[in-house]
Design a protein around this ligand. Sequence first.
Ligand code: KG4
Ligand code: ZN
Length: 334
Amino acid sequence: MQVLGIETSCDETAVAVYDSKNGIISHCLYSQIDLHNQYGGVVPELASREHILKVLPLINRTLTDGNTSFDLLDAIAYTSGPGLMGSLLVGSAIGRSLAYSLNLPAIGVHHMEAHLLAPLLEKNPPKYPFLALLVSGGHTLLVEVAAPSNFKILGESVDDAAGEAFDKTAKVLGLAYPGGPKLSQLAEKGTLGRFTFPRPMTDRPGLDFSFSGLKTSALNTINSENLDEQIKADIACAFVDAVVDTLTIKCQRAIEETKINQLVVAGGVSANKQLQHALVSMLKKENGEVFFPRNEYCTDNGAMVAYAGYLRIKKGHSEPLSFHAKPRWSIDNI
Ligand code: KG4
Ligand code: ZN
C-alpha cells in the first residue's frame, strides 16, 4: 500500500510517500524560511499563498523521486490541524480533491500525532505504552500513549511553547528567524554558569510547563547587559540550559509517576542536541530508553503525515468527502 502525505500546517510545504513494504520511499520539502525571515516571523497570509504555489509541483517531484505515480497510490493523507487556518486549508483542499479525482480514501491527520509517530519510522521503535514529549513552535505537550491513537495529556504549556520561547529569545539577541537552531549553536560557544535563569514550575507538583517567565527573564538580562558576542553566547547558554533542564525534570517526573520508562521526543525542538544529551543521560539513570526521529523528521515534514495516514487507513478509518481544517485541535480529541 502507498500513501501520499501532504503537510502545510505552517511554513513548510512538505510531501512524502509511505510504502507499507519499503517505508518512506520519497520525501520533499520546500521551506518558506527565506520569505518569512524578512518579517522576523511567519506571516500567515504569505504562508498560504506560498503553499498554493509550491504544493502541486512538490507532489509531482515526490512521486517522480519515489519512482511511483498517482495510479499506484492507495490513499492520501493531509494535515488538517492544528496550525494556521489558511495554510491548513491549502493542504486539506488539495489532498481531499486529489483523492476525489483519483477515487481514493483521504485522511485528515493531526499534526502533533504525526510528530509523535515520527520516531516509529526508525529501526528499533518503542513499544506501547510509552510517554511522548512533543516540543514544537506551537505546542509543548507531555503525553501518555497507552496504545495506538490512545492519548492522555499529562502536561502542557500554560503559555508559550518551548520552540516559541526559543524563537522569541533568539529574535531579541538579533538572530534570524527561526531562531531556535541558531540560538542553540550560539549557546555552544557560551560559558555555563555566567548567567542563571529560572526552571519554571519545577518547584511544585504537576507536569505543566510555562516558558513565558523564563523568556522575560532572558529578555531583562539582554536589556541590562552591555552585549558583545561572548555575553550573547553566555545568555544563550543559560537560556538553553534552563529550557533543557525544565523539560528533563518534567519528563523524569512523568516517568516516576507513570512507571513508564520509554520516552519518545518529537517536534522541532527535539532536534536540539543539548536536549537530546540531557534526555539520553536521564533515561539511562531511569533504566529506560529515549527515542528521537532522525534530524529531518524532527521539524515539519511530509513523512510523518504519510505514515500517520497509513496507520489510520490500515485500521479501516475512512472520512466523508467534506473536510474540516482545525487550527485548534487537542491531541486527546482525535
Ligand atoms: O515542529 P516544528 O518544525 O513546527 C511546528 O510544528 O511548530 O517546530 C519548529 C520549532 C521552531 O520554534 C524552531 O525554532 C524549533 O522548532 N527548533 C529548534 C531547533 N530546531 C528547530 N529549537 C531548538 N533547537 C533546535 N535545534
Ligand atoms: Zn510541527
